[in-house]
Design a binder for this molecule. Sequence first.
Ligand code: NDP
Length: 309
Amino acid sequence: MGIVIIRQDGKIDLWKEALKLHAPQIPVYGYLEDHPKEAIKMALVWKQPEGSLAGYPNLECIASSGAGVDFLFEDPQLPTHIPITRVVDEYLAKDMSEHVMALIFAQLKNLYHYKVDQGNGVWKPIPYKRIVDMTIGIMGLGALGTVLANDLVHFGFTVQGWSGSYKNIKGVKAFTGSQEQAEFLRSTQILVCLLPLTPATTGILNSALFEQLPKGAHIINVARGGHLVDGDLLQMLDNGHLSSACLDVYHQEPLPTDHPFWKHPKVHMTPHYASVSDTNSVVPQIVENYRRLMSGEVLLHRVSETKKY
Ligand code: NDP
């Protein structure tokens, strides 16, 4: 019995080493090496090649090595009867929160603006905003959104969140479902997307939603490129309704060099690195789930078959 690691980003050995360190008794294979397919119980996966999960007759768990699982459902040959798990990790959440807060503070103190002025030799102080002036709206109050919300509250921001079910987080005004979305958007000055990418959330960041934000709002998308309708964002930035967008994720990654985001003065890009699974932090929960699998116990962090997150 054992685990197969399936990923194409050159990190198979890194995960293998971490698994060996934490659980030397579990046989672990990279998917490209010779391995006994009938002995594989768990696949540890990130952006698998299409069809690569289909050839394991005794597979009992597909474990995403990140928080997101949307990439799994893109595979038409994904075995549909097998439980899927995902990562819920303290460092993943903290790193994401730090990234988003860095972006918010940069907006607050006009740092992107001054970088441009510097390039043009311009010395021109402009009024800054204070924490008390800002309402941050977080779409998605899950493992990541909740940590961000708590951190922002700690700094003194006005924080509100929108999610599928009602959340009771101290200091955070909660909104749920489509019926409360408009009210949530109306008072959000910086909108952070931390939703999972599902059929219900694909393309959610579109003109109709942007129009409900106050003029001058900022967008931060650190969830998935599929949430955003790129053309709608560009139109809203160009007509002045939105002030800026900080993007970490894209429809195609790396983003093609001719995409208008690269050179747009109001778009600030990072290369899908807001928060990355740390092998040493994440592997213990993978090992624990393998143990649970072998002893027939309930798996941790199981993805809902119906909700797809
Ligand atoms: P969770 O599953 O813990 O939380 C998801 C949240 O979104 C929940 O509050 C959920 O509501 C809400 N939600 C889901 N669907 C809807 C909907 N249709 N309408 C309203 N609310 C909805 O996810 P995580 O916080 O762990 O991660 C969020 C996403 O962040 C990941 O799926 C991934 O795509 C992205 N990510 C990006 C990274 C990066 O580096 N850029 C790194 C890690 C993750 P409810 O609570 O009611 O279920």
